[in-house]
Design a protein around this ligand. Structure first.
Ligand code: ATP
Ligand code: MG
Length: 275
């Protein structure tokens, strides 16, 4: 029988890994999460339910979720936020950014190691960020690392040992290729992270980051964008869409020119039309 003491010492054993991963996670969400649209809370809430499912259901020791959406829509930050909010004793981010220059063998080893480590903790979250980059997907000629792909497919469906529970959060901008690659039945659920396409969301982001000195300036910029078509909801022809990541960097660039913030911002956003 496992008693509370065993459980606590198990937590102690995995604690060093938690410290390291916490830093990584905090880094990817250092800009925080802006609640610019009800969908943001819906996604976080859906993530929380999956975390609770892993925590409480003995029937589902392995739960996996795919966060997908266009580049820069906030997939990594959302995945990291859901992971961090779990407060599970083992939380780890597998990111292509930390594997630059790795050989295929080294990648396979590093990825496998994270999962193997997670099996030592009673409750774990592993964020597998940007699947297409992890497998070195190249659209031209559809080449990729089969070794890494097979490793992920196996690990995504391997049940953790008895008494261990694991949530896998994967992210991708290329959901359509995942089916062809064999991930189709791999995820228990999928959550779409949409880009920003409404004036209201844009306004909330602008307010949150305090780009404009006055409400009047902000409203002026917004009405210029509205006239140019931002926020027109035409599903078939989405004139404007911008990922939160790009929007935030566009805002920071505009901020560099205090004299012409509004022009800089609107021009940069207008340039995105049709791209
Ligand atoms: P890529 O396609 O390049 O991998 P991504 O979709 O993973 O990009 P992130 O790297 O997560 O995007 O970038 C989103 C940035 O926006 C982060 O800096 C995050 O802190 C910030 N952010 C602010 N509000 C939100 C939000 N509601 N959702 C997600 N990220 C947000
Ligand atoms: Mg990302």
């Amino acid at each position: 029988r496992v008693n509370r003491g065993d459980f606590m010492s198990a937590l102690d054993e995995v604690h060093p890994a938690f410290g390291v991963s916490e830093e990584e996670l905090l880094q990817v969400i250092q800009n925080g999460i802006i609640h610019h649209d009800p969908v943001v809370d819906k996604i976080l809430q859906a993530g929380k339910l999956l975390v609770e499912q892993v925590r409480t259901s003995t029937r589902t020791p392995l739960v996996s979720v795919l966060l997908y959406g266009p580049p820069g829509s906030g997939k990594t930050a959302m995945g990291a936020s859901i992971a961090q909010a779990s407060e599970f004793p083992f939380i780890k981010l597998i990111s292509p950014d930390t594997m630059v220059g790795f050989s295929e063998t080294q990648k396979v080893a590093a990825i496998t190691r994270v999962f193997t480590d997670s099996y030592k903790s009673p409750l774990s979250v592993v964020v597998v960020d940007n699947i297409e980059r992890l497998i070195d997907w190249t659209p031209m000629g559809a080449r990729f690392s089969n070794g890494v792909l097979q490793t992920l497919l196996v690990l995504f469906s391997r049940r953790p040992p008895k008494g261990r529970r694991l949530l896998v959060i994967a992210t991708s901008s290329l959901r359509s290729i995942l089916t062809d690659l064999g991930f189709a039945e791999n995820f228990d659920s999928e959550l779409r992270i949409p880009p920003i396409s409404s004036l209201r969301s844009l306004d909330l982001v602008l307010q949150e980051v305090g780009l404009f000195q006055s409400d009047q300036q902000r409203k002026q910029a917004l009405s210029m964008l509205a006239q140019a078509g931002f926020g027109d909801t035409d599903e078939m022809n989405p004139t404007f869409q911008i990922g939160i990541k790009k929007l935030l960097s566009t805002i920071e660039m505009a901020r560099q020119e205090p004299e012409s913030v509004a022009e800089r911002l609107t021009n940069s956003l207008l340039d995105l039309r049709g791209t």
